[in-house]
Design a protein around this ligand. Structure first.
Ligand SMILES: Cc1ncc(COP(=O)(O)O)c(C=O)c1O
Length: 427
């Protein structure tokens, strides 16, 4: 399933940049993606024409109010939220989670239980460990299988009890690439009366995140991972948010969702986030028409975003397959994630691996010399790195194509990697 790649790539000014005549190959996308022209224009346009604080009667302030309302609508469409008033903006996923965890913790009683995952980024782990410490809660850990790189939801079942109040789970792992069945987790959590907090940071650039379909209670994501600016977004179910006491200063608005937004926000970030959602809608409308029929129940931007992500995910599965097949030819290389051909739909294209006898940081550096951008380490996925035994040994190398990457870029990366590994094996 292929995308019209030229049409896509021409939207991203950064993709045609070169350094000393050498093109850049961006495979660092799980750490942050490049942005389309309209995101740059949306942010610049806001700063030039509408820049002001909120709530005034003058032109720029009123335009800013309208822009914030539109950004909430855009995110509500992106996540299929029932209401734009459930969209909370913040600096990033981690800050939003630390912030709302204060309010969530106050809602529980000492001895209540929280289930955390060994697969998650620390942004969906440590805020809850701190909450558990501060409010006297018990933590139960959900392990993943280090051979299959997936959860067995029976393990979740075993850990749920009538004292479970919260389950925190990533929709996709930023180290393994595994997509998790958050919908089943929500059903299971709700059976014991617990809430589900979903970290969708790594899933949102690749697959549809529908909060009503998942039926989670909270979902967090970051626009800079889905072709937008550095901006965090939290969605919370209205009746759940209404039960929480927001941590806010006294003169700040007391109504949802502003009550959970502390201080003046990044208005330009919100403008850019709305433009990123519209970029998906543009794909849906112009390049993904054949995917629209599956989403007839939705209209306008909601339908277009879903069609776009269906097309993106289908084409990314081909990229994952090509990447993983190539990696498996490299001597001594171990992929830390799903590799089976039929497993490509259970993962995002974020692929981490180790190579026997070659340090991940060395590989990162030698690829950087060829203008190929990848990450080494464990990328704040501390628990998975410990579970896999790589936390103390330099972690892994992570390669993460997204829909704008070409097969030629994957092949160039594979060629450079293979040459580097063979050279260092000879040395
Ligand atoms: C899965 C996952 N969760 C959370 C985060 C943290 O996001 P933020 O940088 O917006 O705090 C990241 C960032 O890499 C991530 O990949």
């Amino acid at each position: 399933m292929s995308l019209e790649l030229d049409a896509i790539r021409s939207r991203f000014p950064a993709l045609s940049l070169e350094d000393g005549g050498v093109p850049r190959i961006y495979l660092d996308n799980p750490g942050g993606t490049q942005v389309p022209d309209s995101v740059v224009e949306g942010m610049a346009g806001y700063l030039v024409e509408r820049n002001a604080n909120l709530g005034g009667v003058f032109r720029t302030s009123q335009d800013s109010d309208a822009m914030v309302a539109e950004a909430r609508e855009a995110m509500a469409d992106f996540l299929n939220a029932p209401s734009a008033n459930e969209i909370v903006f913040g600096q990033n996923m981690t800050s939003l989670t630390l912030h709302v965890s204060r309010s969530i913790g106050r809602h529980f009683e000492a001895g209540d239980e929280v289930i955390l995952s060994r697969m998650d980024h620390d942004g969906n782990v440590y805020p809850w460990l701190a909450m558990a410490r501060d409010f006297g809660l018990e933590v139960r850990w959900l392990p993943f299988d280090t051979e299959t790189f997936e959860f067995d939801l029976e393990e979740l079942e075993k850990r749920l009890s009538k004292r479970t109040r919260l389950v925190c789970l990533g929709a996709a792992s930023n180290l393994l690439g595994t997509i998790n069945d958050v919908k089943s987790a929500a059903r299971m959590a709700h059976e014991v009366g617990a809430w589900l907090y979903v970290d969708a940071v790594q899933a949102a650039p690749h697959t549809v995140m529908d909060v009503q379909d998942i039926d989670c209670d909270f979902l967090v994501c970051s626009a800079y991972k889905f072709f937008g600016p550095h901006q965090g977004i939290l969605w919370g179910k209205r009746e759940v948010l209404e039960r929480l006491e927001p941590y806010r200063v006294r003169p700040a608005p007391s109504e949802l969702p502003d009550s959970f937004e502390s201080g003046t926000q990044s208005h330009e970030g919100m403008a850019g986030t709305a433009a990123a959602v519209d970029y998906f809608a543009w794909i849906g409308e112009t390049l993904a028409r054949e995917h629209q029929a599956a989403h007839r129940a939705f209209e306008g931007r909601r339908r277009n975003v879903r069609a776009a992500l269906d097309l993106i995910f289908a084409s990314e599965q081909d990229l994952s397959r090509r990447l993983i097949d190539g990696l498996r030819q490299v001597p001594g290389l171990r992929v830390l994630g799903i590799t089976a051909d039929e497993g490509m739909a259970r993962r995002v294209p974020t692929v981490s691996f180790t190579v026997e006898g070659v340090a991940p940081a060395f590989l990162e550096e030698s690829l950087a010399r060829r203008n190929i951008f990848v990450w080494s380490g464990y990328y704040y996925a501390l628990e998975p790195a410990i579970a896999l035994g790589i936390a103390e040994s330099g972690g892994a190398l992570r390669v993460g194509p997204v829909h704008y990457n070409s097969e030629a870029e994957i092949d160039a990366f594979l060629g450079a990697l293979d040459a580097t590994v063979r050279r260092s094996n000879r040395a």
